[in-house]
Design a protein around this ligand. Structure first.
Ligand code: OAD
Length: 240
């Protein structure tokens, strides 16, 4: 029996995965578009634990620049539409973001998992203590808990385990609707969530400027800019 039949009277549970495309119209670069961050920087120089061991100053320079840029921009109509969905939809709404900016939180989303970490967080590589990141971070900044000079941004790098599986896995299993917004479907485990949620009974939706690499995993596709299509999609869910 499909979950929609089984729970015909229960409010639908919605899980939304967002990526860099939802913040693009706020003015933040994506990763894999022609002018994206990975066209200007090599992942192995700035986004791996090995890069941090080798050249922490270079890694910090990359994330300090991104933190400064994120602080300059504002949430857009797509972020705001998801806040409205969470406030007005009678069922659970969870946002899983791969983004390290704070635009969902600044817009007002509450049920939010930053699976790839946050630019605005600092993490001690020695003891695991976390604290709010200053605008500019250096590896030599002492940890407030253990004083080690191994401060890193609280970002999940390639080769590390994403955050929030304890929230994400049960939410995917229970989801009636899974929507991926502004993500190219290239980075795992996030890229597998659509297929996983579909197998467990969810209807899957993508909203993206172009079909994602995992486009076949979606029942429904809305191709175009997030600031136009996300408010329309939210309206359609709320008016059902
Ligand atoms: P990508 O740069 O891979 O993909 C962004 C997607 O957004 C692309 O498919 C674009 O077509 C789409 N897009 C661009 N502008 C858009 C707009 N205005 N409206 C809607 N869609 C738009 O970024 P992610 O999929 O988020 O991880 O990348 C996933 C992860 O790879 C990131 O979290 C990061 C990166 O390496 C780490 O650094 C660990």
């Amino acid at each position: 029996m499909s979950r929609s039949v089984e729970h015909a009277m229960a409010p639908e549970k919605i899980v939304i995965l967002t990526g860099a495309g939802i913040s693009a119209e706020s003015g933040l670069s994506t990763f894999r578009d022609a002018d994206g961050l990975w066209a200007q920087h090599r992942i192995e120089d700035v986004a791996t634990p090995e890069a941090f061991q080798r050249d922490p100053a270079r890694v910090h320079a990359f994330y300090n620049a991104r933190r400064a840029k994120a602080a300059e921009v504002m949430p857009n109509a797509a972020h705001h539409a998801l806040v409205r969905l969470e406030a007005e939809h009678p069922g659970a709404v969870l946002i899983i973001t791969q983004n390290v900016d704070d635009l969902h939180a600044r817009a007002g989303s509450r049920n939010l998992v930053h699976m790839h970490g946050r630019l605005m967080g600092a993490l001690c590589h020695a003891c695991g203590h976390r604290w709010p990141a200053p605008p500019e971070m250096h590896a030599t900044d002492p940890c407030p808990a253990c004083s080690a000079a191994q401060t890193r941004p609280d970002i999940v790098w390639f080769g590390e385990t994403p955050y929030g599986a304890e929230v994400i896995d049960p939410a995917l299993a229970a989801a009636d609707i899974f929507a991926a917004i502004g993500t190219s479907g290239n980075v795992y485990p996030a890229a597998a969530y659509a297929q996983h949620a579909a197998r467990l009974g969810a209807r899957t939706v993508q909203i993206n400027l172009e079909p994602a690499s995992n486009a076949r995993d979606f029942d429904e596709s809305h191709i175009g800019p997030a600031t136009e299509l996300v408010p329309k999609w939210v309206e359609s869910i709320l008016n059902r």
